[in-house]
Design a protein around this ligand. Structure first.
Ligand code: PLP
Length: 422
């Protein structure tokens, strides 16, 4: 008798993005990028205007942040402190950064994580017990989905509402309360990273209060960017105080690595002692902790950077709309350009066309979005210039005309793209 080898699938084109893996692709997936992050990047000797990195405030490579990291490096090397926070990795600097983040996020307390992804999982899984129910938006990021799956022991305790659909959310909250034995945690992003739309946090907060649930907001793309002071999407809607757990990663506007959950102190203390993804992991190295203190200061004083970011974002999205592209109702800095696209090969041709013109964007296709569409996901930053926008619009105009693109999306297509319809 012979048995199936667990590695057998590795020699096929199965799995996530399997066709690309099997073809050894390094152009559309895992492009090899030999340049530091910025609005212009040189890749394999060619210069591009880069619209594919979440360096929203242009803080990647900031001299003062580098200086803070260098000073920490001299003392702590690349790894110090050693050990988990619980044992030997806790320092006054970690505590000071947490206090600074809590103050920024307008919460009583906060807790650091080494990665945003692990922070979402650690936070949610630490709080949800066998009687509790999770209610999650359908378009939630993979980290939220993985958090929800790892938190519930019984899949029936995980309920999914239609993307940003308040009737769907209310219906589920009502149903859950009919048989409720434990707590209820609603999970949503603040700014949806793939579609650029905002969670209706004002309405979600009203519903979670009405049905006595708690709310976790992963504001990976909103923290540092949205709202008058860049606090995030909660500030934008005027409901930051109603969010029970506010989560941010450092991988985007903060241009670093790690993340934090901010909440009332008993809640962050619970997470601190129960979050397996951080309790059983080494603490964040001091080069990050010290440089993040500087970054937080820059984010707090970042009004001009936010103004510039939204100027670039508005100019680009208005220009694309004028060319006939569908860009959604953009209130965040993520510009989703959706085009009916048929075969993924066509999408790849379009991306190559833009790259030949020196424009680097990511194309998002099935299985991330529904079949037969291509999304150019454009991410403006405070580092981009008006000239970058003009060159990019010119390239999109050529793409539209030379590739004879059909730009028409009917309302049903749009609802499908936003996960509101099957
Ligand atoms: C909504 C959201 N949550 C969490 C993460 C994970 O953050 P990190 O890259 O810091 O692990 C991301 C990153 O893409 C994200 O977009």
């Amino acid at each position: 008798m012979t048995y199936e080898d667990i590695f057998a699938k590795c020699n096929t084109d199965a799995g996530y993005f399997g066709a690309f893996r099997a073809a050894g692709d390094r152009t559309f997936t895992m492009p090899v990028i030999d340049s530091v992050p910025g609005s212009k990047m040189t890749i394999a000797g060619k210069q591009y205007i880069m619209w594919s990195i979440n360096n929203y405030l242009g803080l990647a490579g900031h001299e003062e942040v580098k200086q803070a990291a260098k000073e920490a490096l001299e003392i702590w090397s690349t790894s110090g402190p050693m050990g988990s926070r619980m044992m030997s990795g806790n320092t006054p600097e970690h505590i000071a950064l947490e206090e600074g983040l809590a103050d920024f996020a307008q919460k009583e307390s906060s807790i650091l994580f080494n990665y945003g992804y692990l922070g979402v999982i650690g936070t949610v899984a630490s709080l949800v017990g066998p009687d509790d129910v999770i209610v999650m938006d359908k378009l939630a990021h993979a980290s939220i989905v993985d958090a929800a799956i790892s938190a519930v022991s019984d899949r029936r305790k995980l309920r999914v509402f239609k993307h940003n659909d308040m009737d769907s959310l209310e219906k589920i909250l009502k149903q859950v309360n009919e048989k409720r034995k434990g707590g209820v945690l609603v999970l949503t992003e603040g700014v949806y990273g793939m579609t650029g739309d905002l969670a209706k946090l004002d309405e979600i907060c009203a519903l979670k209060d009405k049905y006595e649930a708690r709310l976790f907001v992963d504001d990976a793309h909103g923290v540092g960017v949205m709202g008058k002071n860049g606090v995030g999407t909660g500030e934008y809607f005027g409901v930051q105080d109603k969010i029970d757990i506010y989560f941010g990663t450092f991988a985007k506007a903060f241009a670093s690595i790690g993340g934090f959950s901010a909440a009332d102190k008993p809640v962050t203390e619970w997470i601190r002692y129960n979050s397996r993804t951080q309790v059983f992991a080494k603490s964040l190295p001091m080069i990050y902790v010290k440089s993040l203190q500087k970054t937080l200061e820059l984010v707090r004083n970042g009004a001009d950077r936010r103004k510039k970011l939204f100027h670039i974002s508005d100019k680009l999205s208005e220009g694309l709309k004028a060319l006939g592209f569908y860009v959604g109702d953009v209130k965040s800095p993520i510009i989703p350009v959706f085009v009916p696209g048929g075969d993924p090969k066509i999408g790849m041709e379009w991306i190559l066309f833009l790259r030949n013109k020196g424009i680097f964007t990511t194309a998002v296709m099935y299985p991330v979005i529904p079949k037969n569409f291509v999304e150019f996901r454009i991410i403006p930053t405070a580092d981009h210039t008006d000239e970058d926008v003009e060159k990019t619009l010119e390239a999109f105009k050529c793409l539209r005309d030379e590739m004879k693109m059909d730009l028409n999306l009917d309302p049903k297509d749009i609802r499908r793209l936003y996960g509101e319809e099957e």
